[in-house]
Design a binder for this molecule. Structure first.
Ligand SMILES: *Cc1c(COP(=O)(O)O)cnc(C)c1O
Length: 724
């Protein structure tokens, strides 16, 4: 199957196919579609069977015969959304009469894949063509839609007379029609190009829609004129007149065996004397007798939310039944179907970065889960024209300080800067000397330690506990000297350090406590949020963190007014007032786009962390392999937000390869301990056995708030199947 985007030079192929198809209508022909393309970007597709993509360019070789289906659609860039019908009553997959169910499934899958992968679409809105146009009450495309995770978003109800099996006409309607005749009403059909009649009818229509339904016709008079000129055989206007004046009418779209009424209207006089009853009886009893269906159109109001009982009652009186015009939504568009785990492709691919059916972390999926708001927020800031030090930062600071329970939140360019600036500020404010000491865990991401070095202070490494992989509170005191100024606990992997004993040590020795909360946004300890447990805290919003920006960002939280003022100025060239510099500062600001994005994401942080907890609990409950040591669960669940689910095994590399073969992505946090890094060559000879062991044995299993039960199950199963 080959998908080729529609282009203007395939217009004839397209139209010829619609004529051959089982369910296409003239509304899906180019003359109608192109008219709407003035408003929307056309992203329609042609789906060919049995041609290679190379043939695409050999225009003359492609005939309508090779075509298997077409997919009319429009694209709304701001929403990254594909509409199968924008501006139309319906749209969707148009196929030949003899396609099979399986073929339709494959086509829909390819179409969805095309929009997602080639256009970056996040959402598909699909309004299927009602079965009355194919005469087969089939829903092959619906199977495919539901398989792709579609939801029924809206259902409009139309009343439709099956001409072969009409229900009985109500006597009241017949009586009303007679009344109209007695009153002197008569039926008239607009002749081709009679713009005066159209004009008069459109004025009545607009009046009626506004007065009785508080709405306007979708098409303007000019647009309807243009469409009628293009499709004189398909679009007709019937009117009911009294002494030459139009008192009621309807525009009817005729296609093959279906007459679809739209823009039905009756003025005051028409209503009083049954003008529409006269018209409908005529159309059903005379004009469309040879048709299969007469569709009276939908009877919903208020954007589709409510049914207009009166309209339905009247239409039913002519022998109509309900036909649904549904709208389905798929969002976000799903990932490609997983290849079976025994596929030869994976057998061959032994690389740890092989194709993953359970990726370690799928940032695309996370971003998509915030759509369409995420893109809308970015667009809003872009269009607002203010990019730094503005309202978005103010909103974010306020919201995040509140979230943490802290007095201040100062946004920064990233997490490393946040930690560094806290240390530099204290150093200057409190008169710490160059080379004074800060105690940090020996097993952490290098940034914690770099922050100390960058501030001109000396990191002193403290071993963690193997039990919770966090800094050992009992290991701190022996390291304290007369140059020790601060302790920097790192809430590694999402779990809060044992803050109570740490704070007690700090108080005994008059030390500052600076939390590194880069991995634990939203975690709590004794009910208080991480970031409000020490003197100050540095956060990172690197994209992969529990709350991540679309690039770099970070912040500082503190209750210390002087510190907050100091770092706020420092982050902005040392300035509180433009061009007046209080100190030698730097430039580390959060931009407005990130602030807006983080504000949006913050609202879901607790919920996302809760979802991470459920994944962690499922792992802990499900993994029983004795070769694998699981992370210890905290007694209070809120103490861990599971940025990472770290397991340990002496066979770390073998486990990683085993999982990779099963299509499961993993990471190592972190392969080389800080004291063995070249950057800290002066420490390379030192020994921190617990840290070294953790760095040798740690493996991080996939974890994200969006993991499905199936993905979790696969990971548990694969870990349990690991043998040496
Ligand atoms: C991510 C991280 C940082 C640094 O944050 P950036 O925003 O990348 O500068 C600091 N400490 C720890 C523990 C981290 O995980």
């Amino acid at each position: 199957m080959t998908i080729i985007p529609y282009s203007i030079n395939r217009k004839e192929t397209w139209d010829a196919f619609i004529d051959l198809s089982k369910n296409g209508t003239f509304l899906l022909k180019r003359g109608f579609m192109d008219y709407h393309s003035d408003r929307f970007f056309d992203c329609s597709l042609l789906i060919y069977n049995g041609i290679s993509p190379d043939d695409e360019f050999k225009e003359n070789r492609l005939t309508t015969r090779d075509l298997a289906a077409v997919f009319p659609a429009n694209w709304v860039e701001e929403q990254l959304t594909v509409y199968s019908h924008q501006g139309l009553t319906y749209g969707g997959l148009v196929t030949l009469p003899d396609v099979t169910q399986k073929e339709v499934m494959e086509m829909m899958e390819s179409v969805i894949g095309y929009y997602r992968d080639m256009m970056g679409a996040r959402r598909l809105i699909y309004k299927p063509i009602p079965y009355i146009y194919s005469n087969i009450p089939s829903g092959e495309d619906l199977y495919a839609l539901f398989r792709a995770g579609a939801r029924l978003e809206r259902r409009l109800v139309s009343t439709c007379v099956s001409m072969q099996y009409p229900m009985k006409m109500a006597t009241l309607r017949i009586r009303q029609a007679r009344k109209a005749v007695d009153h002197g009403f008569y039926i008239d059909r607009m002749t081709e190009g009679d713009s005066e009649t159209l004009c008069e009818y459109w004025a009545l229509l607009e009046h009626v829609l506004l007065k009785y339904h508080n709405s306007h016709p979708t098409h303007s008079l000019q647009e309807m004129q243009l469409l009628m000129d293009r499709f004189p055989k398909n679009i007709r206007l019937y009117t009911v007149r009294h002494e030459k004046r139009i008192v009621a009418g309807a525009v009817i779209f005729e296609w093959r065996k279906v007459a679809h009424m739209q823009y039905i209207a009756s003025g005051e006089e028409g209503r009083e004397f049954g003008a529409l009853d006269l018209l409908f009886r005529h159309l059903i009893g005379e004009r469309y007798k040879q048709f299969d269906f007469v569709d009276f159109g939908t009877s919903n109001e208020d954007g589709g939310r409510v049914l207009n009982e009166g309209l339905i009652h009247q239409k039913e009186g002519f022998g109509g039944r309900a036909v649904c015009y549904d709208t389905y939504e798929i969002s976000p568009l799903p990932a490609l179907p997983n290849p079976p785990s025994n596929s030869p492709l994976q057998e061959e691919n032994k690389d740890a970065t092989a194709i993953c059916t359970v990726p370690y972390l799928d940032l695309r999926r996370i971003s998509a889960s915030f759509e369409p708001e995420l893109t809308a927020e970015v667009a809003r800031v872009v269009q607002g024209g203010w990019y730094l030090l503005g309202q978005e930062n103010e909103h974010f600071s306020k919201a995040f300080a509140e979230f943490c329970g802290a007095k201040h939140c100062v946004p920064t360019g990233n997490g490393l800067d946040a930690l560094t600036m806290i240390l530099v500020a204290y150093k200057r404010m409190l008169g710490w000397a160059e080379g004074d000491e800060v105690i940090v865990p020996s097993n952490t991401y290098i940034a914690s330690i770099l922050a100390v070095s960058r501030a001109g202070l000396q990191p002193v490494l403290c071993e963690p506990l193997l039990d919770d992989l966090l800094i050992n509170p009992d290991g701190i005191e022996p390291l304290i000297t007369d140059r020790t100024r601060a302790i920097m606990p790192v809430h590694l992997y999402g779990r809060v350090c044992q803050m109570q004993p740490i704070m007690e040590v700090a108080q005994r020795h008059g030390l500052k406590v600076i939390e590194d909360v880069a991995q634990a946004q939203g975690a709590r300890y004794h009910g208080l949020r991480a970031g409000h447990l020490g003197d100050a805290a540095g956060f990172s919003f690197y994209p992969g963190k529990n709350i991540g920006a679309l690039g770099d960002a970070g912040c500082i939280t503190t209750d210390d007014d002087a510190l907050a003022d100091y770092v706020r100025a420092m982050a902005n060239y040392g300035s509180n007032e433009k061009y007046l510099n209080l100190m030698k500062g730097l430039n580390s600001r959060m931009d407005e786009v990130q602030a807006a994005v983080l504000c949006l994401k913050l609202r879901r942080l607790d919920e996302d962390n809760e979802a991470r907890r459920r994944v962690a609990e499922a792992y802990t409950g499900g993994i029983t392999n004795p070769l694998v040591a699981l992370p210890k669960m905290p007694s209070d669940v809120s103490e861990n937000v599971w940025h990472i689910y770290p397991v340990r095994t002496p066979e770390r590399n073998a486990l990683r390869e085993h999982l990779s073969k099963a299509g499961i992505g993993t990471m190592i946090h972190y392969p080389v301990p800080p004291h063995k890094q070249q950057a800290y060559a002066e420490w390379n000879a030192l020994s921190f056995p617990i840290s070294e062991r953790i760095h040798r044995e740690e493996l991080s299993l996939p974890i994200s708030p969006l993991m499905t039960q199936e993905e979790i199950r696969r990971v548990v199963k694969a870990v349990n199947e690991f043998r040496i």
